[in-house]
Ligand binder design. Sequence first.
Ligand SMILES: Nc1ncnc2c1ncn2[C@@H]1O[C@H](COP(=O)(O)OP(=O)(O)OP(=O)(O)O)[C@@H](O)[C@H]1O
Ligand SMILES: [Mg+2]
Length: 243
Amino acid sequence: MITVKDVRKSYDKSSEIIKGVSFHVEKGMIYGLLGPNGAGKTTLMQIIATLSKPSSGTVTICGLSPETDLLEIHKKIGFLTTEIKLDPLSSPNKLFDFFAELYDIPSGEVENLKKTSFERFGIEPFADKKIIELSTGMKQKVSIAISLIHNPPVIIFDEPTNGLDILTSKQVTDYLLELRENGHAIILSTHIFSVAEQLCDEIGILVDGNIVASGSVSELIELTGTDSFEKAFFDLYVKNHKE
Ligand SMILES: Nc1ncnc2c1ncn2[C@@H]1O[C@H](COP(=O)(O)OP(=O)(O)OP(=O)(O)O)[C@@H](O)[C@H]1O
Ligand SMILES: [Mg+2]
């Protein structure tokens, strides 16, 4: 579903931010990117979501290349980042309708889709409030509802539980597990070890623009000869980070 091949990215000649990253994400799989601040997770996810071009290397989504099939790819991707800003004066209702139109959802289906989505995330009581009046968690839930309006097979979420309380965070992680169950291919980044441990089938540890190790939580623990995922992460970071 998602193939990333030797992707590199530089913003200027002196420094390379992504230094040759490759991996593959199958249907029904959650791939996690874990790495310290500035490791390049957001940059890499923006490239995979075709919002930024790699300096070299390729990304294919469902066998399609952004060079030739950009519009088709956009229909297949749901992208969510903490940097997405919802129009502060709009409302969940208006935004949902706007994006439904953008993604050509047949008008007869929009109300039902909205009802299911808003019910799932408890958005209904806030549906007509201004975005500016909503809490961080509610804004995040509205962002998720909107970014998945077109039921995309490929989902790319940059820190999906960032800033959420434990209850809202659980709603989001349960939803991601359900999407995996339904055969979506998911890439997420997170700083929260328990989220990575609970959700990810495979994790790529990104340090200074390189995936320095990848595998399941137990494989990474075994690889490093440690006894917890946190220790495995620190071990890989210390061994691979250059000052
Ligand atoms: N538009 C840009 N121009 C120049 N440098 C950039 C740009 N965007 C990001 N960078 C640099 O790329 C590096 C990686 O940033 P990125 O945001 O991808 O890291 P991250 O792993 O997502 O970090 P965090 O965990 O803090 O979100 C940083 O050194 C950052 O300063
Ligand atoms: Mg980031």
